[in-house]
Design a protein around this ligand. Structure first.
Ligand SMILES: [Zn+2]
Length: 304
């Protein structure tokens, strides 16, 4: 999906830099949350492409030709990293990514390289199928990480598109002001959710749980990426009942059968959350993603 975020050239730019007619930076985002952030910071000076939409599992997509074509044109590749995209991003990069977006270059921005990574395993046994060997890559559900990445992205955009550096800095300042005001409100809401017990399917919620102080009492996947087994699910029934869990969190891209199975046996409701921008219709930008998530968690708490 190509998201045209503004006119190709801002007024006056062509006159200033006649040799760079296609002066906008093209951002290839692996996930919708990073595409949304690129839209906030890049505004009309960038063209943003998101490789996945809000209902796709970013661990598993096909490196199809349309993605390769977009990758070839990218000035910045902006992804979660920590091996979230290990199954498809390296293939896209090999098939013609520019030098400027290769690892170590300013156009190569992996969110996980700039934030504190949770759940880094002490010992990885890939034979068990663990898809988080470098720690948990789902870093965007902590607003502090979004703020960090906003700053890093603005710096990178200024490097690859210096003609618009002032505009990127200005948008960063504006975004930071709005984001920190929103984060203040979310912190207050998080404080009232602290200790709420939840069950998750995949550990996609680790950063949200960590930041809000929710308590994860069970994970349906015994190993990240390995589908829940019958024996593991059976072993959770008593624990979940005894702990008095409030909800089983569910992301749009996850299979629902295991969550429903556990819900039927424990009476704990399944709570569908957007997970990312576009994961639910109302979660149309990063601000709405957190607003909607909090509203749904609060409703679940009030009903329990
Ligand atoms: Zn994962």
């Amino acid at each position: 999906m190509l998201k045209r975020l503004g006119p190709v050239l801002v007024a006056g730019l062509a006159a200033l830099a006649p040799s760079t007619a296609a002066a906008d930076a093209r951002v290839f985002a692996c996930e919708p949350e990073w595409a949304a952030l690129a839209g906030e910071i890049g505004g009309a000076d960038v063209v943003v492409y998101s490789a996945t939409h809000g209902r796709q599992d970013p661990h598993y997509i096909r490196a199809r030709p349309s993605l390769i074509a977009q990758m070839r044109r990218a000035d910045i590749v902006f992804c979660s990293g920590a091996e979230l995209e290990i199954g498809w991003l390296p293939v896209l990069m090999e098939r013609g990514a520019r030098r400027g977006v290769q690892p170590g270059q300013p156009g190569h921005l992996m969110a996980a390289d700039h934030v504190e990574i949770l759940e880094r395993p002490e010992r990885v046994d890939r034979s068990l199928g663990d898809i988080h060997p470098s720690g948990n890559p789902h870093v965007h559900l902590d607003p502090r990480n979004i703020a960090l990445l906003a700053g890093e992205l603005a710096r990178r955009l200024a490097r690859v598109d210096p003609g618009n550096a002032a505009a990127y800095r200005a948008r960063l300042a504006d975004f930071r002001a709005r984001w920190s005001a929103a984060a203040e409100r979310w912190r207050a809401r998080a404080a009232r959710l602290r200790g709420m017990k939840v069950v998750v399917h995949h550990t996609a919620w680790a950063y949200l749980v960590h930041w809000t102080g929710l308590e994860r009492i069970a994970t349906l996947e015994r190993i990240p990426g390995v589908p829940p087994t019958a024996s593991h699910l059976q072993s959770l029934v008593e624990r979940v009942r005894a702990a008095g869990a409030t909800a089983i969190l569910h992301a749009p891209h996850e299979q629902r059968d295991a969550a429903d199975w556990l819900s039927e046996r424990t009476g704990v409701p399944v709570l569908a959350l957007p997970y990312t921008v576009g994961g639910q219709e109302e979660a149309r930008d990063l601000f709405a993603l957190f607003d909607v998530t909090f509203a749904l968690l609060e409703r679940a708490r009030d009903r329990s």
